[in-house]
Design a protein around this ligand. Sequence first.
Ligand SMILES: Cc1ncc(COP(=O)(O)O)c(C=O)c1O
Length: 372
Amino acid sequence: MKIRTIGVEEYLNVWEKKATWDIAQSTISSLTMGEILHLDERAGSTFYDQLDKEKMNYGWIEGSPDFKAEVAGLYRNVDPDCILQTNGCTGANLNALMSLIEPGDHVIAEFPTYQPLYDIPRALGAHVDYWHIREEAGWTPDIDELKHLVRKDTKLICINNASNPLGTVIPADMLREIVEIAASVGAYLLSDEVYLPLEDTESFESVADLYDKGVVTNSISKTYSVPAARIGWTVSNKDVADRIRTYRDYTMICGGVFNDALATYVLRNKDKVLDRNRAIILKNRAIVQEWIDAEPRASWVPPKGVSVSYLRFDIPVDDEDFCLKLLAEEGVLLVPGSRFELPKGARLGYCASEDTLRGGLQRLSRALRQFD
Ligand SMILES: Cc1ncc(COP(=O)(O)O)c(C=O)c1O
């Protein structure tokens, strides 16, 4: 199988540890183990007491019943048997797509967005058409374009809701229209929902609650601030879950006893994590908005309660050259927009600590002044 490198991962793998001012990351300020253990106000006793009794064997292969119950609680009506634990949302996407795609299939993928959602299907031999999202429309997709793209033999439509790196959310009524279009040709609809919008969260709809042929991928890496656990999940109908079961045995077997316990504990205490993270998002977004209002060479479509965003730059040079120089001279890390096939800008992960965000933006402005 031939597959391209993931632009954003390749960039971060090389450069992220060199940054002093890391304002590139998509996770909402990762929690320390100390912070995690204090979530239930018992200083970790519940977590470690349980672990002390656990044998460090393979554990529950598909995820423990407690884990599945916590995940099922995120949706209106999902059978725990149709929830499968994976190695992050990365593993969820890979296993789901391997289960769904065969060579020659027709796939429609939102573009630009998180690269695996269109490059894994392509590597598996699918013909992939892009459903373009455009800046003029506030980075919201156009449903008429999807109607034109869909074919009788379309096997799968892939969306990233909310979007990395654009920070946009597909409105619930449009999501229902997407479901109708998919259903009209019997296509699956894969929705990577790893970024839950923390603003207006009540009106967010999961594809898992809307469509029997919906396949949802998610994890505790971004919205829940614990990428270290490397735990994600898929939600699908029983038939797709059975196919994913086969691929899981080849790619992972299980998530691991410790990681399962950590993910279950974090999800059990999710309200506290989400309250913390909502406060970070709202505060930091206001800081960036204030900075943009005063910075003539940067603009954005403000992210809708999502931790990632795309900054458009007014600069006469290549965005990757600019970002590399910014890192070398100012210690500031951004992800060049070209890594998402969105040139002339960069992904800003604004949910860093306040000091890092303010320090990074101040130095970014200093670097932008060279073009005045
Ligand atoms: C849209 C999207 N899906 C999946 C992932 C991978 O998430 P995880 O760390 O849970 O594997 C990322 C990571 O950047 C992402 O942006």
